[in-house]
Design a protein around this ligand. Structure first.
Ligand code: ADP
Length: 445
């Protein structure tokens, strides 16, 4: 029970207990051995002093231990507060910059007499600023998902060599002009096929390569992997500004950036490496850095090497039958019309026909009227009738129809809730062309 008491009550109780016990037993002890009253009075004084000194020593050690704990906690809180303030300042700047680009150039687009080239360049700026903004929102969401344990890693067949090629090709155009970009693969194509989470692995590589590029004005960036003791060890090596040894562990903590001046010069939110670390942990790996100021850095991370058998690999890889050119019908239930228009635009090149429902109720009615619908893309949050209710109603009419949930929430429980509610799959917004087409292809085949 004493453990539950506040510190100040504990001190008083201990003090009173010790005092009481001391008075009781010391008096009895003295009276049983000494009968001389003069001596007894003198000893009372020494007894008092003894008690004061012993309790002072006891409280000194007890309080010291407690105060050290409090001071450390205070220091940590202050540090975290400072980090959060710096983060908020940074993020506000990081959000405002692309926002300015989007608002400014959208207004310019409204002007008359613009040439086609001008329009195109304004549109390009708006798209790239939007992507920048989206990546910040994604980072903030990712870190909160990782820290709340709300994210799970998938197990899928991944060809590491192909993935590295893909990452290389997608990032090559963004690499600084004075920097050469190289990739090195340790395993043959067959042996490089493993089970891991492809999108997480791609995200980690993208993040580390983007960082390498950000902090390397000239020289070389090399990305590769080696098989070591049943682990794949990836490395991202650069010849950039390097990182001070005292900060090499800290930069993996959220909001932490190596130096304030560097932050100003290079921008960023200090979330990238914390997300990488979280994702690598999800893949059952480790991450660390070796770096020297002004020479460069090598970021290493591992994932377990779980190869899969070659014939099985072929089967899985060849199984993506292209169904997008067949005459299929998809019902898209979505309250935001521009989201529907976006999906329709992505499907324009295919033979797929789309039917539009603005809410869950309409989706149910359209299902009643059209028995040729092959697949439903169902938004979850909709007015009048939400996606869960609509799916339930539709299932009563057409028990075997495939319904895919689409939502702007990217929490694990949303995904699980959707899958438990009978949705066949789940896609979180925003999605890109590749993600949508692969998903549709998978379920129409
Ligand atoms: P951000 O890049 O958004 O600031 P990160 O978490 O990705 O956040 O990186 C944290 C810090 O680590 C960076 O601000 C930078 O100081 C340092 N850092 C990361 N990668 C490198 C690198 N390749 N070279 C030098 N410093 C780096």
């Amino acid at each position: 029970m004493i453990r539950k008491l506040n510190f100040e009550y504990k001190i008083i109780i201990i003090y009173l207990l010790l005092g009481g016990l001391w008075i009781l037993f010391s008096d009895r002890l003295m009276h049983s051995f000494i009968s001389n009253t003069e001596l007894l009075t003198q000893l009372q004084t020494y007894k008092g002093w003894f008690y004061v000194i012993v309790t002072a020593i006891f409280f000194h050690f007890y309080l010291k231990k407690y105060l050290i704990k409090i001071r450390n906690a205070e220091l940590k809180a202050k540090e975290s507060d400072k980090l959060k303030t710096a983060f908020l300042q940074n993020i506000s700047h990081e959000i405002r910059t692309p926002m300015n680009g989007i608002i400014g150039f959208a207004q310019l687009l409204d002007r008359d007499n613009l040439t086609e080239d001008q329009k195109q360049s304004y549109i390009n700026i708006i798209i790239s600023s939007s992507n920048q903004l989206l990546s910040i929102v994604n980072d903030v969401l990712d870190i909160s998902l990782i820290e709340s344990g709300n994210i799970i890693a998938k197990s899928e067949v991944v060809n590491l060599n192909e993935l590295i090629d893909e990452v290389y090709l997608s990032l090559l155009p963004t690499i600084n002009s004075n920097v050469s970009f190289e990739i090195k693969k340790d395993l043959s194509n067959n042996k490089s096929i493993v089970i891991t989470d492809k999108s997480k692995l791609r995200q980690i590589l993208n993040n580390l390569i983007n960082n390498a590029n950000k902090f390397t004005k000239s020289g070389r960036i090399t990305v590769g992997y080696k098989l070591k003791n049943n682990e794949i060890e990836f490395y991202i090596e650069d010849t950039g500004i390097g990182i001070d040894p005292s900060l090499q562990d800290k930069i993996f903590d959220r909001f932490t950036q190596a130096e304030v001046e560097i932050t100003r010069q290079y921008g960023g939110t200090g979330l990238g490496l914390a997300i990488c670390k979280g994702n690598i942990k999800l893949l059952n790996g480790r991450v660390w850095v070796c770096s020297e100021i002004n020479k460069g850095s090598i970021f290493y991370f591992t994932i377990p090497y779980k190869p899969i058998k070659e014939n099985l690999t072929r089967e899985v890889l060849n199984s993506s039958v292209k169904t997008l050119n067949s005459n299929k019908v998809i019902l898209i239930a979505e309250d935001e019309e521009f989201n529907y228009l976006f999906i329709k635009e992505l499907l324009k090149k295919s033979q797929i026909e789309t039917i539009y429902a603005r809410n869950g109720r309409q989706a149910v009615e359209l299902c009643l009227q059209n028995d040729n619908i092959n697949l439903i893309l169902m938004d979850i949050k909709m007015p009048i009738m939400n996606g869960f209710e609509a799916a339930q109603e539709i299932r009563k009419l057409r028990p075997n129809i495939k319904i895919i949930a689409q939502t702007a929430f990217a929490m694990v429980e949303d995904r699980e809730r959707a899958l438990n509610a009978g949705f066949i799959d789940y896609i979180s917004k925003p999605f890109n062309e590749g993600q949508l087409l692969t998903l549709i292809d998978k379920h129409l085949s």
